[in-house]
Design a protein around this ligand. Sequence first.
Ligand code: G1P
Ligand code: ZN
Length: 543
Amino acid sequence: MSVIIRETRAIEGQKPGTSGLRKKTPVFMQPGYLENFVQAIFNAIDGARGKTFVLGGDGRFFNDRAAQVILKMAAANGAARVIVGQGAILSTPAASHLIRLHQTDGGIILSASHNPGGPDEDFGVKFNTPNGGPAPESVTQAIYEESGRLREYAFFDAADVDLSRIGEIRLGEMIVQVVDPVSDYAAMMEKLFDFAKLRTLFANGFRMRFDAMHAVTGPYATEILEHRLGAAPGTVVNGRPLPDFGGGHPDPNPVWARALMDEMFGPDAPDFGAASDGDGDRNMIVGRGIYVSPSDSLAVLAANAHLAPGYRGGIRGVARSMPTSAAVDRVARALGIACHETPTGWKFFGNLLDAGQVTLCGEESFGTGSDHVREKDGLWAVLLWLNIVAERAESVTEILTIHWREHGRNYYSRHDYEALPAAQAEEVMQALRSRLGSLPGTEVQGMVAEAADDFAYHDPVDGSVSAGQGLRVMFAGGSRLVLRLSGTGTEGATLRLYLEHFVAGPEGLAGDVQATLAPVIAVAEDLAGIARITGRKTPDVIT
Ligand code: G1P
Ligand code: ZN
């Protein structure tokens, strides 16, 4: 066994500002490719010598092989210890928790989140910093530069480490500590939520369906919901993680979690439905016959968080990504707490959470979380919802309806146009961008534009500025449209159009979402010309 230095060629690594490197699996499997990126991470953080890292992933194809490579490279780079989930499995929030719990120097998470997995699908690697959160732009920039310039990497030439058993193993000088992926995470959930109350809820016949989508939350949800809370066996479906997620698209939204939606809107619907994504950080909440949009979910959680033991003292502030609806803003105003608007991507919440300025945060893309970790957390959101349902003794429908009556309703939808030629997507962006300056004060199809800009974020904690974060047009009365390019797609360009319309109530709170948004959709076409430029008549995905 020895350290060897292998020559490699530079790669076009993670683009600064994106969360992790995501590519097709065969790209990652090219000789030296994964190795280049991992060495770039170590180089960018002043080396791995003497450091402790957390390692794990969502179990997708190549997860196990990649984990072995990373362990051997960590050993060769002088790391002292790597804490790895048994079988190289860790959900993203559980990894974030372990990074914090053991006060480590960060962690490497193997996942392409909600993207499909398999030999021809997606793989990803992400570095999280010691606070447990995705690396900020200063770090991703350094990793990017390293990946484009390094010529060699260090590798420890040894047999594979047995990750199937819990315990400590030596790899050269380094300790590999194999831990149960679920237990520390479940213990944290027991502290945040009233498990006794939830056990009573289930004991009294409350029925729930959790769709783990054959992804990483299967073991977490089974242990917490069925074993610790006594939910009926079979509450968790598709609970066995598979390398290709059973051929599915592990993204918890009404399109990809169709079976759950059908059940929740069917004749024998359970009381509560939920789903989580590939790596366990996203969530979708569905009541019997009612879908909760992620923006509404964040608002309801903010308004009711104090009902759970972990948030008994109230919340300090909230943050939402810019394209997320303003529903939570109204709750914040009512509570008299601050509401921050950040660019898309969880990493922008990190500073606010670390500084203690916000307790809850969320994105329209099915991400909700709090200061308990530094990632969004799917199961956490599900448990907070359950805790609120148990405390209020009301159904999801009742909770939402009462919420809208009190705060008004922000009708909301996102339209995605996927795999567009990059030039076409840019042409659409440019069409709207070129009109931003002249819009304020003008009327488009009967709607008065009040403000329009290309969103720039000024981080109140470290003073950094992130510009070019999405084009937005605000209309009188609380309607809004936002247009931006996805930073996570792996095929062509993905254009996202976010639509919002506010109704104060009490009338008009139970309308059809797409019909209510039709005027904003028409204005978006007028201003940006998506159909005209791309030839696409309808979006690929509507959430
Ligand atoms: C998408 C979501 C964004 C989320 C990210 C990672 O990014 O829109 O909210 O933070 O995935 O889960 P996008 O493809 O829009 O850049
Ligand atoms: Zn995810």
